[in-house]
Design a binder for this molecule. Structure first.
Ligand SMILES: C[S@@+](CC[C@H](N)C(=O)[O-])C[C@H]1O[C@@H](n2cnc3c(N)ncnc32)[C@H](O)[C@@H]1O
Length: 293
């Protein structure tokens, strides 16, 4: 990116946003205008009405430099959320960076299904496998009174981000973390859990090749794919987790929208009852739940 210094001299906020937008458009970023605005909001620490109010004011040299640095990262493909270190999920703010998957709106269907279930069934103790940023565990602890959780992840980097989010939401008393390959190092008591929840890496090795560049290049591969048929973690968690669930304990998964039949079959083969497939807001299969007999 080669921007003439003259272009930047005396530039106002609005002019900098226009310049940022033009740079992003020249790199074929489809959301160039909104991205440039959001990066300006981030750099100026202000909201949209303040931005509109102060749009004709000059930007300091330091802020202009930070803004153009962020525009350059965005032009290079870094997802916006990794630049602003923020993603909203279930009405809560989460710190995110390249160490974790960016929380997806699709995953809110999983949280909503569990919150609904908790209205008629007491949920006191849970484990999340593949905690990542902590968005699932933190949201469940936030919305379900008294629920305590242990979040498992194989990546220490992800656990460090989850820890940051747990502290951000002041949930240290309710959520603990464990580095483990699924349940390998988990030493909880058998039949002690009311809930096991997971949004595991479910993209197949083949599908991974066709992912959008931004996802493939920037999000952690271990969070995306099981390097196989996409069902490995459903098989493992269902089989190994079963012994830790109380009778009638709930197993709840996010799934890829084409995996409904296969994941329901895995739960049924392992003897789970009341197996249900739940759709997301786009009417696509997104969640599978079942209870232990
Ligand atoms: C799809 S991400 C989900 C992250 C977060 N829970 C969310 O919903 O946004 C899957 C997570 O599983 C973790 N993971 C991958 N392999 C694992 C394994 N063998 N054992 C435990 N966690 C694993 C990844 O590091 C990643 O954080």
């Amino acid at each position: 990116m080669n921007i003439a210094r003259e272009q930047l001299k005396d530039a106002t906020v609005n002019q900098m946003i226009a310049l940022g937008r033009d740079v992003l458009m020249s790199y074929n970023k489809p959301d160039a205008t909104i991205d440039a605005r959001l990066l300006a909001l981030h750099v100026l620490h202000c909201n949209m009405s303040e931005l509109l109010l102060h749009g004709n004011e000059r930007m300091t040299e330091h802020l202009k430099e930070s803004f153009m640095y962020m525009i350059a990262r965005r032009a290079g493909g870094t997802p916006l959320q990794y630049i602003t270190n923020n993603q909203e999920f279930m009405g809560l703010e989460f710190y995110v960076d390249e160490r974790v998957l960016i929380p997806r709106q699709d995953t809110e269907s999983l949280i909503e299904a569990i919150i609904n279930y908790s209205k008629t069934h007491k949920l006191a103790k849970a484990v999340e496998v593949g905690v990542g940023s902590g968005c699932i565990s933190v949201s469940l602890a936030h919305y379900i009174d008294g629920l305590i959780l242990e979040g498992i992840d194989i990546c220490q980097n992800a656990l460090d981000v989850a820890d940051k989010n747990i502290k951000k939401h002041n949930l240290q008393e309710r959520i603990t973390l464990l580095k483990s390959d699924v349940f390998a190092d988990y030493d909880g008591e058998e039949e002690s859990l009311d809930l096991i929840v997971s949004n595991p890496p479910y993209i197949t090795f083949e599908e991974c090749k066709g992912l959008m560049q931004e996802v493939k290049e920037f999000e952690p591969r271990k969070a995306l794919t099981d390097e196989g048929d996409g069902l490995r973690f459903y098989r493992e968690i269902t089989k190994e987790g079963k012994k830790y669930l109380k009778p009638n304990g709930l197993l709840a998964y996010e799934i890829g929208y084409l995996q409904g039949k296969d994941v329901c079959a895995i739960l049924e083969q392992e003897g789970f009852k009341d197996v249900q497939l739940i759709q997301d807001l786009a009417h696509r299969d997104r969640v599978v739940i079942g209870t232990k007999i």
